[in-house]
Structure formats: C-alpha cells, structure tokens
Design a protein around this ligand. Sequence first.
Ligand code: NAD
Ligand code: UDP
Ligand code: UDP
Length: 343
Amino acid sequence: ATSRVSSAMMTNWGGSGKVPLGLKRKGLRVLVTGGAGFVGSHLVDRLIARGDSVIVVDNFFTGRKENVVHHFGNPRFEMIRHDVVEPLLVEVDQIYHLACPASPVHYKFNPVKTIKTNVVGTLNMLGLAKRIGARFLLTSTSEVYGDPLQHPQVETYWGNVNPIGVRSCYDEGKRVAETLTMDYHRGAGVEVRIARIFNTYGPRMCIDDGRVVSNFVAQALRKEPMTVYGDGKQTRSFQFVSDLVEGLMRLMEGEHVGPFNLGNPGEFTMLELAEVVKETIDPNARIEFRPNTEDDPHKRKPDITRAKELLGWEPKVSLRKGLPLMVTDFRQRIFGDHIEEAA
Ligand code: NAD
Ligand code: UDP
Ligand code: UDP
C-alpha cells in the first residue's frame, strides 16, 4: 500500500524502526503532523527546546510557514509539505498526530476532505506507527461529546452527536479516528495515546479562523463590534495553548492510553467572554448579536479529574492571564504591516 511513496523519501534504518547500535542519539525523533498549525507549532517549540529532532508534516491548509520559520536552518528540524491522506514513510520514535483543521469555518469548508483527513489520514499515521514501532498520540476533541447531555463531560460519557449535521465531518471524523486508534492498539499492539482537547486559544491562532476568541480579539482590536452568535448564553471552557502542550507531552511520556480530557474547567458564556475581551482590549468595545450556527453545542466544560490523577496535570493559565498574551501577538500581526508600510 506504500508503493506510491518514492524511495527518496525513505530513511529506513532497517525495518524494525529501532536505531542501530552506534547511531543512538540523545533526543528522540518526533513526527508532528499539522506541526505548522496553531497548537502544533507551539508543541514543536517545546520538543526542539528539549533536544528532540522534529519532523513536521503539513499541507498548509490552515498552517503557516511563519509559525515554524524560526527553526529553519536548525539541523534538528525538518519540514515536509505533505498531505496525510497520502501514505508517508519516515522513521521516528513518536508521532503526534494533529493534522486536521480545527475551526468550524475551516472544517466545514470542504467537509469530505475533513473526513478523509480524519479517517484516511489517521489510518496512514497508524499504519506508519505500526511499521516503525512508534508511539502514536491522537489529538481528538471535546466535539466527540457533541451537544452533551452530561455536564461537565467525563471521559466515560459517550456523547450526543448528530451523524448527519454540518459539524459531523469533524465530530464523527474524530470519533472514527479514536476508534481506529484503539483498534490499532488492540489489534496490532501499537502504543497509543488519546487526548480530547477542549477549546484552546493563544498566539499564532489564525486571525480570521472564525473561532470565538480569535474573532472577539480581532474585532475589538479593529474597533469592530464583537459578534455574539445566538443569545450568547452558550458556554465554553478556554484553555491557554501552553497548558495544552504540557498536557500533550505528559500524556505522550506517561503510561496511560486515555482518552484524557485536556481543557481548562473555567466555564464562560460568550457574553462573559466578550466582557473579558472588553476589559483586556478596549472598555468601549461593543457587541452585536448574530444568528447562531447549526448544531451549536449549548454547554461545554471538561471534567479533568482523570488527567489530574494519572498525568499530574492541570491548567495553570487563567483566561484573564492568557488573553493579554494572545492580544499582543494579534496586535502585532494585524497592525504590524501598516507600521512597516508607513515607515
Ligand atoms: P490548525 O488548523 O491551526 O492546525 C491544523 C494543522 O493541520 C494545520 O497546520 C493544517 O495545515 C494541517 N493539516 C490539515 N489537514 C491536513 C492534511 N490533510 N495533511 C497535512 N496537514 C494537514 O488547528 P489547531 O488548533 O492547531 O488544532 C490542532 C489539532 O488539535 C487538530 O487535530 C484539532 O482537531 C485538535 N483540536 C484543537 C482544538 C483547539 O481549540 N485548537 C480543540 C480540539 C481539538
Ligand atoms: N502506511 C503509511 N506509512 C507506513 C506504513 C503504512 O503511510 O510506513 C499507510 C498505508 O499506506 C496504509 C495504512 O497506512 O494505507 C494502513 O497500513 P496497514 O499496514 O495497517 O494496513 P494495510 O497497508 O495492510 O492496509
Ligand atoms: N461564537 C460567537 N461569535 C463568534 C464565533 C463563535 O458567539 O464570532 C460562538 C459559537 O456560536 C459557539 C462558541 O462561540 O457557541 C464557540 O465557537 P467556536 O467556533 O470558537 O468553537 P466550537 O466550540 O463551537 O468548536
């Protein structure tokens, strides 16, 4: 099944995936799919800082070279433009599988492609993990709980997902990705880890990706009204990206398969979020109500007892602490060009 990959892409040490004696290196070799994206690029920073050799695989659908350009020229960093829907041959010790658009605007843009990325893409990365004996971590999502009937959500909850809705390509795609991950674990003995990530924000988010935190921040900075969908009483829990990356690395290094909820249990309505953005950016910022999108979950808040107990992890950065860090980055990216043009 891998015949479509040219032999030039292969750096095979000889089948088993184990590095031959004498070639053993200090750091690990880590593949990060989706590593040019928002979360992936922060993960890459931490792995490189730790001394690992990192291969990023990304098709740049929502990722940007700018997110990882500071590693170009580092011999421990390699970037491959590749779509995970196609087979891939590399040799690594660990695979962090993040490749998949995360914002509803992006994943609804081409829903069939989103499904293929989640199903065929995850299958390929699991096939790769099996062949080379690498440990595999899936970044799943709180969306597997759908519009939850249990609150807060615990990992044992099976969810309430519409199989034929406009969000299904993502929700059901990730559910299949989890299933595949467990089937490769049970059937082929692949070492796997599953994270269920709740809404995450921070520097390097796409400015116009349509998610609520990036929308409100960009709108307040541009002196546009913040667009609140529906009545604004729906809730989400917002996690700062450094907390997530810490959780992902602990999960990968730990002994437990999961799934683990990784999120910040602080719960906010969209109106409350708008208030925090207002306090942080502009006390005169206004809000404007818009019709809500289809199938929008009413509430979402992680129960993180399992991650606390088994990974010794919990988020450290509150929304009021994390938001200013994102605002600094957005301000630079939104107004930076104008300053240059004026100069
Ligand atoms: P992102 O869109 O910034 O990053 C996704 C990356 O994957 C991008 O660089 C994109 O170009 C790449 N990609 C997409 N399809 C690909 C394909 N077929 N082949 C190769 N590369 C591809 O999103 P993110 O917020 O960094 O999310 C990363 C992961 O975390 C995703 O799997 C997402 O589902 C999951 N997640 C994120 C959140 C969140 O709030 N950010 C919440 C839950 C789950
Ligand atoms: N695969 C890959 N790289 C590898 C090994 C496998 O991309 O190094 C892909 C392969 O193309 C296949 C998928 O992973 O589509 C599943 O592989 P597996 O060996 O589990 O199943 P099979 O090839 O028998 O369908
Ligand atoms: N939302 C909003 N205004 C926006 C964008 C989103 O009020 O400009 C709402 C959206 O309806 C949802 C919540 O914010 O209830 C979170 O949406 P997002 O797209 O950020 O992530 P989701 O958790 O739905 O994947």
